[in-house]
Design a binder for this molecule. Structure first.
Ligand code: ADP
Length: 560
């Protein structure tokens, strides 16, 4: 077996960033000290106690010799001044934290009281009245210049969205924005990390107005033995059991000789809606688009904005005077929404010349259909349409999954087929496809919102080889994935794509990487279906969820 393991100008100069930039904190008095902090502290401690000791000795002598206490020598006067100076220093250093935390506690309680009694509006009014109070409680940013900019953002003089452009420093912009946010909302963002992320990489591409990033753990399941190759699959999830469940499915598939997958169709769609003065005019354009002799003209227009987008066809639907045109095209290794949209715009510009009475309502008329459950995707497909199958041996079912062929086939019929039919499911004839799809999507930088249609899946199970073995398949008509563009270029997501051997554009054949990723998604869904259905069949579901989904702490709480 050929098995491979693939595995605008700145407002002012930016302050120099510390190598491991700390969370923004208030500038301390100690920042201005000429000596190291511990040395200064030791100095004042020693001074305080030695002059105190000296003064006590002097006062004892005076009492013994009946000298009035207020008559002081020059050295005693110097000692008294030193005592006062060191006392002020020590009070300033150790007392401020205590006083600040006291004020913070007191004012937080005051806010909470206001919230409870008089609602958010009053709270905002109160904030506006006492900005100085806020300054005491919330730690400031690290430099005076940043402090000023935070103030301007809080006042609304600088729009938060313009920080990156105006400062020319993405990380600094994020630090200032989150500081301003904390002051405006009076909520702490502690726990939402700032450091350890390249904010430049998301600029104008992945996320606007960032204030940090959310951490999602990535687990690995595998190897998945698929079409004679092995893959270790990264999955980003916070739901216990998903990775373990997929891993068990992979184990069973591996022990049975692996899974086989096929891509049935590969095309991204976009469907604009246009309106005509009459239904007959809308039909006229439909007939024009349906006519095969016009295809090349349309394709020439469509294809001219990309080297990878190639028009495959246009499917039309009429609603009165309105025409919906579902353009479908190949997109190389990109998921393809941008490409297909640009191509559609080219065609619309061309059609507008031919049909001057055509009114373009929207580049997307929802007949596409993107990120919404729709029968068109379930029936016609969108992105990659894949089918993946495996024959699971009787002994593997017994040993790995503790169930039998007959039990699984019956459960599949009652749950995934009849049960979903009773529920009026649209593409939901499966047990947990979206769990696996979402986890791989997040790990590999796909658009998680496209999980809606990408998780459409029908799981079939059948007894084969005289009823001894189980044939299991998943058919998924609209897996929307890419290995280039969007979130796939970010460092973490790119590392996960690399683990699968599908990072970036395929050098051999455009589209090969994204199609392989779709197959891996289908193979992983196959494993998830097998494992979950077996867990239900053998009554293990609740136990395994208690083991992986509940910490010991939670369980003990439940017990009490
Ligand atoms: P999407 O269309 O999925 O939103 P982008 O708009 O980011 O993605 O398009 C992907 C970009 O990558 C395009 O500019 C395209 O020309 C470029 N590209 C380079 N190699 C490939 C490839 N093999 N397949 C698809 N796009 C590629």
């Amino acid at each position: 077996m050929d098995v491979r393991r693939r595995p605008s100008k700145a407002l002012r100069p930016a302050p120099k960033e510390p190598s491991s930039a700390p969370e923004p904190t208030g500038a301390k008095a100690s920042d201005a000290l000429p000596l190291p902090l511990y040395f200064t502290n030791a100095l004042f401690f020693t001074l305080f106690f030695s002059v105190a000791y000296y003064l006590l000795l002097r006062w004892r002598d005076k009492i013994r010799n009946s000298v009035p206490l207020h008559v002081v020598t020059f050295s005693e006067l110097a000692a008294i001044l030193s005592l006062i100076a060191s006392f002020i220093y020590l009070l300033g250093f150790f007392g401020i934290d205590f006083v600040q935390s006291f004020i913070a506690r007191a004012s937080n309680e005051a806010w909470d009281l206001v919230d409870e009694e008089e609602g958010e509006d009053h709270r905002h009014r109160l904030m506006a009245c006492s900005p100085s109070m806020a300054d005491h409680i919330i730690p400031a940013v690290s430099s005076a210049e940043d402090e000023e900019i935070v103030d301007l953002v809080v006042k609304g003089t600088i729009p938060s969205y313009a920080l990156e452009e105006q400062l020319g420093d993405c990380k600094r912009a994020v630090r200032i924005r989150r500081e301003a946010l904390q002051r405006i909302t009076r909520r702490s963002l502690q726990g939402l990390p700032l450091d350890g992320f390249d904010y430049g990489s998301i600029l104008k591409q992945c996320c606007e107005m960032p204030v940090g990033y959310v951490q999602i753990p990535v687990g690995v399941a595998g190897p998945l033995l698929l079409d004679s190759f092995e893959y270790i699959v990264p999955m980003a999830t916070t739901e216990g059991c998903i990775v373990a469940s997929t891993n068990r499915g992979f184990k069973g598939i591996y022990a049975s000789g692996g899974a086989t997958s096929t891509i049935l169709r590969d095309g991204m769609t976009r469907a604009p809606v246009v309106r005509f003065p009459s239904a007959s005019r809308a039909c006229h354009l439909k007939f024009f688009l349906d006519n095969p002799s016009n295809f090349q003209t349309l394709a020439d227009e469509f294809n001219k904005s990309s080297n990878f987008a190639r028009l495959q066809g246009v499917q039309c639907s009429i609603a009165g005077k309105n025409l919906y045109m579902r353009f479908s095209c190949t997109t190389g290794d990109a998921m393809g929404m941008n490409m297909v949209s640009k191509g559609v715009e080219n065609v619309l510009a061309y059609l507008r010349n031919e049909y001057p009475d055509m009114d373009i309502i929207s580049i997307s008329g929802n007949f596409c259909s993107d990120k919404k459950p729709a029968a068109i995707n379930w029936i016609e497909g969108r992105g990659k349409s894949a089918v993946c199958e495996a024959v699971i041996k009787e002994e593997v079912l017994k040993k790995v999954f503790r169930t039998s062929v007959a039990t699984l086939v019956e459960l599949n019929m009652l749950k995934n087929l009849a049960g979903s039919a009773v529920a009026g499911a649209l593409g939901g004839f499966n047990a947990q496809a979206s769990n696996i799809v979402s986890a791989i999507f997040i790990a590999t930088g796909q658009d998680p919102a496209q999980n809606v249609e990408s998780s459409h899946c029908i799981t079939m199970m059948e007894a084969v080889n005289d009823g001894k073995d189980l044939h299991i398949s998943v058919t998924m008509p609209s897996i929307e994935v890419g290995t280039i563009g969007g979130g796939t270029q970010l460092a973490s997501q790119s590392a996960c794509l690399d683990l699968l051997g599908v990072k970036g554009a395929s050098k051999e054949l455009p589209g090969a990487n994204s199609r392989l990723l779709a197959k891996i998604v289908a193979g992983s869904v196959l494993a998830g279906e097998l494992s979950l259905m077996a867990a239900i069949a053998s009554g293990q579901l609740v136990q395994s969820h208690m083991k992986y989904n509940r910490s010991t702490k939670d369980v003990s709480k439940v017990g009490s």
